[in-house]
Design a protein around this ligand. Structure first.
Ligand SMILES: [Zn+2]
Ligand SMILES: [Zn+2]
Length: 881
């Protein structure tokens, strides 16, 4: 008896194997210079994270690739790690502190960082533990963290080098400021939401005149900081006004009317107020015209001292008062309703306030150029290719990157200011205690930390030991493929590319495989607010990791979102059960067989054996092609169709008669041998996708080795691939399917053996003869005669034609004619009334016009189905009569 339990239990099987693999050290990369390397770095999940389906995709795809390459004999490295996630983690820690009624300032910077590290120790490994449940075969001995010593050293090295090369600078800049998080937020972290609001038309009096001009604005409170009014230089209406002055209401300041191409003539009156300190476009305009910056809103979104009586008011309260006062003075022209998009903080949804402040920047143009070239000339390939355009478009229009963040958790910017002589010291050292200019020890380190993507941008090489010239870098760098979601192409992929080209002088990876999002069954994004998220750990507990992995690749095409359906999980679990049952069947039929004593040359191969050998090798080759193309959806289809249908449903059925007899021992032994051989090969082909169940079964097979994980990938035996044999088998299978269909339609008892005549064209006769026993067995026939071009057919028979072969099933003895006629008549009657009902419903205008479209459509489809059924039933009835 086999050791496989009667029913497959993923819980028992999956629990034991992962630890065994880890103990044996199978995950660990090792240097074997005689072998080619294959490496992938894991997109580091945030330490704030809990495994979600997006992470699962980030990990299942690389695990499939790594397991495959490992079996192929490559020296593989899959390097795992986590990201400190500056702003996200800081927020978690702040929230926790606030729960206890305190603020982060109560702890001071060092005290807060201690809290943050504690938090990291407590929760930081949660996600990597969860990744183990997925089966991820990464080298945990090399696990890294973006704030560990080595990664931090790489960050300082890069900062200082870029600074020395003139690519990092400090400057006044308008940034997106979140008044709640108290930090700058990068452009791509700002989420735009449509708000229903107004457009206010304000009157600004012309200097020395009784006339006024009208400007339109969506933010009247910022008028307190206006330093100009602008029109488009080609706007005919305002040519006379350019160069004149207006008196800014409420503030009584004189400001000029300027001409700038940026002004949209169609917006409002075609005249706009210019507030360089509180709007990014106005900021740029202010630079072009050397306008004064007047900051009227501060970091807390409160009006500043320069606004006089408005000082201390919240920005929205100030808006109300400004509008009321302008109205009182007769300077409010009109208010219109207006819907426009407003930038919000992606963490807390607070409306972003554009503010001018001193920030650190990376100069992007010089870095972008080589990064554009590397993708254009194909050194880096996007899969699917359409993302190349997305990437290039962004890189070609790139703005300087603001890298400073007003947070504590993160890499503190390695810059020190001398309080005595004003020297700015930029250093690779962790601590600087003396001014390099005046030797003073009175130094203050920059308060800000770096944008979290600064360190993850170095991930492919910082994790391999850079800036030290390590063996790993020499051997595993550049990596082979990066697998990630399309939502972080700009945040992360682009940054890794230009950082690597600048510091490694080589691309970080050759291929970038972009996967889509996992959506819910209705196609909606999974989110906390909708409560439609799916916890992969719960799924694994219920269905097993193998089933989850298989589900995630089913139907998945590169770059496209997928819908996650419960039925798919069930289908994947059924797939696992099917394999399990097939394996048990084979194992139970090979007891006492001495496989070592079998000489493959002595085997008596049948057509079915040659067919399955040809198929498994062709499938092997198709699988490799799908893997090389990163076509995981195709991979799942190939595996599913071959294993479920060809191997389990056909081949196993085809060999049963040989296994169940004892007359021809050579035939029996051949069936046993080929059955095991194919099963073993299938397990290896399936292993990268379903690692656990394949190991469990493989261990039970005779003559296998230590672990399927380190077994060699099956080689394609070109010699046994034969289109001729596959065509022959296809014909035989078509004939069997056709007879089964007729039996089904005629409701013939499945156990009943019937008669069949095959009327064959000359060219197919020999093939059908060769398949004689298969057809007889699998179509459950008691008599089968194969003829060539007969003309006389028995009357009262059911016929059909496949590939030129006419299948004739005499009804006599197959069905009770009278009973069958009565049954068909009754069914015909029922279908007739269904057709009437559906037609009536569809003729009812009330239904057609008022019911939801899909219901009407469904009714139409039903009607069509009934009509088709009617034709078939009539045909069957005619045959019987
Ligand atoms: Zn915020
Ligand atoms: Zn100094």
């Amino acid at each position: 008896m086999t050791d496989l339990l009667k029913t497959y239990n993923p819980d028992i099987v999956e629990g034991k194997w992962y630890d065994k693999w880890a103990e044996k050290g199978y995950f660990a990369a090792s240097f074997k210079p005689e072998r080619d390397s294959y490496s992938i770095v894991m997109p580091p999940p945030n330490i704030t994270g809990q495994l979600h389906l997006g992470h699962a995709l980030d990990n299942v795809f690389p695990d499939i690739l790594i397991r495959w390459k490992r079996m192929m004999g490559y020296n593989t490295l899959w390097l795992p790690g986590t990201d400190h996630a500056s702003i996200a983690t800081e927020k978690k820690v702040v929230d926790k502190i606030r729960e206890d009624g305190q603020e982060k300032e109560d702890f001071g910077r060092d005290g807060f960082l201690e809290k943050a590290w504690e938090w990291k120790e407590e929760y930081g490994n949660r996600i990597t533990k969860q990744l183990r449940k997925l089966g991820s075969s990464c080298d945990w001995s090399r696990e890294r963290f973006t704030m560990d010593e080595g990664c931090s050293r790489a960050v300082r090295e890069v900062f200082v080098e870029l600074y020395d090369r003139g690519l990092i600078y400090q400057g006044d800049y308008i940034v997106n400021w979140c008044p709640d998080c108290q930090t700058t937020v990068s452009d791509i972290e700002v989420e735009h939401e449509d708000h229903v609001s107004h457009i206010w038309h304000l009157r600004y009096p012309l200097k020395d005149s009784n006339e006024y001009i009208v400007v339109a604005t969506t933010r009247p409170e910022t008028m307190l900081g206006d330093t100009a009014v602008a029109v488009n230089p080609s706007d005919e209406r305002y040519q006379d006004l350019i160069g004149k002055m207006v008196v800014l209401p409420l503030m009584n300041r004189e400001i000029p009317i300027i001409a700038d191409n940026f002004v949209d003539q169609e917006f409002g009156t075609g005249m706009v107020k210019v507030t360089p300190a509180h709007d990014p476009n106005d900021f740029e305009m202010g630079r072009r015209h050397e306008l004064e910056l007047i900051k009227v809103i501060d970091e807390n979104a409160v009006m500043t001292e320069v606004t006089g009586k408005y000082a201390g008011l919240d920005r929205y309260e100030c808006r109300k008062q400004v509008v009321a006062e302008l109205k009182a003075e007769g300077l409010l022209d009109k208010i219109e309703d207006y819907e426009h998009s407003v930038g919000q903080c992606y963490r807390c949804d607070t409306v972003i306030e554009p503010l001018v402040s001193k920030q650190w920047f990376v100069k992007m143009k010089p870095l972008a150029e080589p990064a554009i070239k590397a993708v254009k000339d194909g050194r880096i390939r996007f899969v699917p290719e359409r993302f190349k355009k997305v990437y290039l478009n962004w890189m070609e229009n790139i703005q300087d990157w603001c890298i400073s963040r007003q947070l504590w958790w993160g890499h503190r910017i390695p810059v020190w200011y001398c309080q005595d002589c004003g020297e700015i010291i930029v250093s690779k050292e962790e601590v600087v205690s003396k001014c390099t200019a005046c030797n003073s020890e009175n130094l203050v380190q920059e308060e800000d930390v770096l944008d979290t993507w600064f360190s993850s941008g170095l991930w492919p090489f910082s994790t391999m030991g850079w800036p030290v010239d390590t063996e790993e870098l020499a051997y595993y760098y550049p990596t082979d493929v990066l697998v990630t979601g399309r939502d972080i192409i700009f945040f992360w992929v682009a940054r890794m590319i230009f950082m690597a080209l600048e510091f490694m002088d080589e691309v970080p990876f050759k291929d970038v495989y972009i996967h889509g999002l996992v959506r819910d069954a209705e196609g909606r994004k999974m989110s906390k607010s909708l409560g439609n998220g799916i916890d992969p750990i719960e799924v694994i507990d219920e269905y097993g990791s193998d089933a989850l992995r298989f589900t995630l690749i089913t139907g998945n095409t590169p770059g496209n979102d997928m819908r996650f359906r419960e039925e798919r999980l069930e289908a994947s679990r059924n797939f696992a059960n099917k394999i399990w049952n097939a394996a048990r069947f084979i194992l139970m039929n090979i007891e006492d067989v001495d496989f070592d004593g079998i000489n493959p040359d002595d085997l008596k191969l049948t057509l079915a054996d040659r067919w399955i050998l040809s198929r498994v090798n062709k499938v092997n080759s198709n699988i490799e092609k799908a893997l090389n193309d990163y076509n995981f959806g195709e991979l799942s289809k190939i595996l599913y169709d071959f294993i479920w249908s060809e191997f389990c449903d056909w081949y196993i059925e085809l060999v049963k008669s040989r296994l169940y007899q004892d007359k021809d021992l050579q035939a029996k032994e051949t069936a046993q041998y080929i059955g095991v051989t194919i099963l073993e090969k299938i397990l290896r082909l399936l292993h990268p996708v379903m690692p656990f169940i394949t190991e469990e079964i493989w261990q039970q097979l005779p003559g296998t080795g230590e672990s399927i994980m380190i077994a060699p990938w099956p080689e394609i035996e070109q010699g046994v691939i034969s289109d001729e044999i596959e065509d022959k088998m296809a014909l035989i299978m078509d004939v069997i399917k056709s007879i089964r269909n007729i039996r089904n339609e005629m409701k013939v008892n499945p156990g009943k053996r019937i008669k069949a005549i095959l009327n064959s064209p000359e060219g197919k006769f020999d093939i059908l003869q060769e398949g004689y026993n298969y057809i007889k067995d699998l179509a459950r026939l008691k008599e089968l005669s194969i003829e060539i071009n007969i003309e006389e057919k028995p009357d009262k028979s059911s016929t059909s034609i496949v590939s030129g072969v006419e299948i004739i099933l005499p009804l006599e003895g197959m069905v009770d004619l009278d009973k069958e006629i009565a049954r068909l008549e009754k069914e015909l009657e029922e279908v007739g009334s269904e057709i009437k009902r559906a037609e009536g419903k569809l003729a009812n205008e009330g239904f057609v016009n008022k019911a939801p479209g899909h219901l009407v459509q469904r009714e139409r489809e039903k009607l069509q189905e009934f009509k088709e059924k009617k034709v078939k039933l009539q045909q069957s009835l005619d045959d019987l009569r």
